[in-house]
Write a protein that binds this ligand. Structure first.
Ligand code: S3P
Length: 165
């Protein structure tokens, strides 16, 4: 079975939606950032501290290439996964869903859950806007399906994805 791949910026709900989507479709849920943390035994923030963003991106590509070999998983990617062409080619093997959201929702969600090194010591709103400027087109271009994931109830977002499969 084809993998269901969730892309979108930080705070777009990839993990929350992914877990429910996996339950409803009886597929396994995998979060690539979580897998990287498990493998390294440290947080994403610590990887950024020690190896910089470049080091993290190499680990991310390696992890995505392993995970995209699997079948029938719901995969939540990190917000920057679409930046690398190598990653984009890997993700295209699956059915790619872009969870589109507003900067306000992203801000509210990322404030609740730290461990976002790109938002540390900067103005989070400005940074999220810059990242969207850089990546928004890529998310749209790579998506087989675009679903609004702002303030909506998670189960409605999941319904919409399932209906499109
Ligand atoms: C990143 C998003 C994060 C994580 C890392 C870099 C990004 O994942 O991969 O901090 O470049 O946008 P989430 O989108 O799950 O927060």
């Amino acid at each position: 079975m084809q993998n269901l791949i969730l892309i979108g910026p930080m705070g777009s709900g990839k993990t929350t939606v992914g877990k429910q989507l996996a339950k409803r479709t009886r597929m396994d849920f995998v979060d690539s950032d979580h897998m990287i943390e498990e493998r390294c035994g440290v947080s994403i923030s610590t990887i950024f501290d020690i190896e910089g963003e470049d080091g993290f991106r190499k680990r991310e590509t390696k992890m995505l290439s392993e995970l995209c070999e699997r079948n029938g998983i719901v995969l939540a990617t990190g917000g920057g996964a679409v930046v690398s062409e190598e990653n984009r080619i890997l993700l295209r093997k699956g059915f790619v869903v872009y969870l589109k959201t507003s900067i306000e929702t992203q801000l509210a969600r990322t404030q609740k859950n730290q461990n976002r090194p790109l938002l540390e010591n900067v103005d989070a709103e400005t940074k999220l806007e810059e990242l969207m400027e850089e990546r928004g087109k890529l998310y749209e271009q790579e998506a087989d399906l675009i679903v609004m994931s702002g303030e909506r109830i998670v189960s409605k977002v999941v319904d919409e994805i399932i209906e499109a499969l």
